[in-house]
Design a protein around this ligand. Sequence first.
Ligand SMILES: NC(=O)c1ccc[n+]([C@@H]2O[C@H](COP(=O)([O-])OP(=O)(O)OC[C@H]3O[C@@H](n4cnc5c(N)ncnc54)[C@H](O)[C@@H]3O)[C@@H](O)[C@H]2O)c1
Length: 258
Amino acid sequence: MPRTYLVTGAASGIGAATTALLREQGHTVLAADLEDGDIRADLATAEGRAALAARARELTGGRLDAVVACAGLARFDPLTVRVNHFGAVATLDGVRPLLAAGSHPRALVVGSVDAVHPTDPAIVAAADAGDEPAAAAAARAAVDRGEGHLVYSSSKAAVSRWVRRAAPGDAWAGAGIALNAVAPGVVLTPLTRPLLDDPATRTLVERAVPMPLHGHARPEQLAPLVAWLTSPENSHVTGQIVFADGGADAVLRGDRAW
Ligand SMILES: NC(=O)c1ccc[n+]([C@@H]2O[C@H](COP(=O)([O-])OP(=O)(O)OC[C@H]3O[C@@H](n4cnc5c(N)ncnc54)[C@H](O)[C@@H]3O)[C@@H](O)[C@H]2O)c1
């Protein structure tokens, strides 16, 4: 059965590959991004988030079957937590009423294996509390003290925690909506290209995210997992952070977490 999807971050990388696969499968995809696609919205801002939900309602007539919150960035900047956590949560919350009216509704956020790396407790606590100004201030402080790399891991840890907390509740499981995250390792997209092009940072990335199975992924290799988790076939997987990381999480956390 053809379904209607909303994919954010659809102009590039994993979002673009997911959009292409879903369209190949015959589904309708509303592609959202900053400058491109069916819906143009800046998910770093309250106006952009509200516009995304309003436009999605308009374009779908109020019924959406699945959402993939993929928009994200990895800058050493508060913007990273604004988009990766608050933008993703606003996307999912914003279209939840449309999903509740959809068929076999599913929601997914693209997290990251980086969430298992050290994080900044102040950023994560503020995100947990839904306090965006405090999270942005904590991110600014991390950047200012030379720990800007913690902003990305913290944003992904926070959004993963949000998925764990929200998924089993009335608003999601109670409404029949599966809610999960996919946590990729290193994927070859414009987000990672600058890091991988420089031999020094490439070595750091390879050490931080060891991928014994098949090495770095192409975005097309992530898309089928995203498509399955958001399909009607996924009846019982919810509240999961599904690592699609070539074994990185197993290497980094061993048998301590599963
Ligand atoms: N590439 C990787 O190795 C990797 C690994 C783990 C997780 N991820 C996550 O996957 C997701 C997609 O990343 P990608 O690698 O495909 O990157 P990408 O840069 O190719 O695509 C990201 C897209 O998000 C959009 N975006 C950024 N800020 C936005 C905003 N404020 N409002 C709306 N759209 C915005 C960009 O315009 C872009 O089209 C991100 O959430 C990223 O953190 C990527």
